[in-house]
Design a protein around this ligand. Structure first.
Ligand code: KIV
Length: 275
């Protein structure tokens, strides 16, 4: 695990319109180690609350949770730009609250940037964080932190009114100084048009292949998600079966006393024990 310099938010910003930016979520040290060589950006998403902690929505994430996982991902990576999500409740009230939370996340994790969900409603917060020297990634379109308010996971950009609101949000996030923006769960043509309109890179998830980069939740991508897998996910591996098959074989061998075998125990006669 070595890299001369980490990819920074400015490097990501310069990739607008270039080779697509490869992003994945990561929440733990070993997974960050495995992904670091392959991606440009690792997002410590608040999806961690659902994926690793079993909450029903991302509203289960806390600042402490994000910081603990942010620290693990920083320890496990050397090359990728690491962005940590600001959880619901840590930034919406005021620019001062947002800045204090962002400072805590950056000071305690050493991450390169933070991500906030919202558009015109949080432009002031983004501007305050950026003005303090902390790079911000935006997140528009379907916003999982608003799922209760929206009455479910609703695809955005299906009505003229909604498309206008999306364009306004995108413009507000860009104007506030974000270095890139995630577009989630948005009609393909609208996401493509947003990508054309914005001067900062767009990172799509359930959006468009025309976006400047793509992101997926790591557990979805490797087929480890045990609950609902969204339509926009492509599973590049089938780890559910691998893990459950390994557990079944282990259980059978423990019950039959086939495990531990001679290779996994320490004979009384050996002088050199090595665990
Ligand atoms: O929390 C998360 O994982 C995210 C990505 C889906 C973009 O915000």
């Amino acid at each position: 695990m070595s890299a001369d310099v980490r990819i920074g938010p400015d490097d990501i910003r310069r990739r607008k319109g270039g080779v697509p930016i490869v992003c994945l979520t990561a929440y733990t040290y070993p997974v960050a180690r495995l992904l670091d060589d392959h991606v440009d950006l690792l997002l410590v998403g608040d999806s961690v609350a659902m994926v690793l902690h079993g909450h029903k929505t991302t509203l289960g994430a806390s600042l402490e949770m994000m910081i603990a996982h942010g620290q693990a991902v920083m320890r496990g990576s050397a090359k990728a730009c690491v962005v940590v999500d600001m959880p619901a409740g840590s930034y919406e009230t005021s620019a001062a609250q947002a800045l204090a939370s962002a400072r805590q996340v950056v000071d305690e994790t050493g991450c390169q940037a933070v991500k906030l969900e919202g558009g015109t409603d949080i432009a002031e917060q983004i501007a305050a964080i950026v003005a303090a020297g902390i790079p911000v990634m935006g997140h528009i379109g379907l916003q999982p932190q608003s799922v209760e308010k929206d009455g479910g996971y609703k695809i955005k950009g299906r009505t003229e009114e909604n498309v206008t609101a999306l364009f306004r949000d995108a413009e507000a996030v860009e104007k506030a100084g974000a270095f890139s923006v995630v577009i989630e769960g948005t009609v393909e043509t609208v996401a493509a048009e947003l990508t054309r309109r914005l001067s900062i890179p767009t990172i799509g998830i359930g959006a468009s292949a025309d976006c400047d980069g793509q992101i997926l939740v790591i557990d979805d991508m490797v087929g480890l998600t045990v609950d609902r897998v969204p339509k926009f996910v492509k599973e590049y591996a089938a780890l559910r079966g691998v893990v459950s098959d390994a557990a079944a074989r282990y259980a059978a061998e423990v019950r039959s006393r086939a495990f531990p075998g001679p290779d996994h125990v320490f004979p009384a006669t050996s002088g050199k024990d090595k665990a």
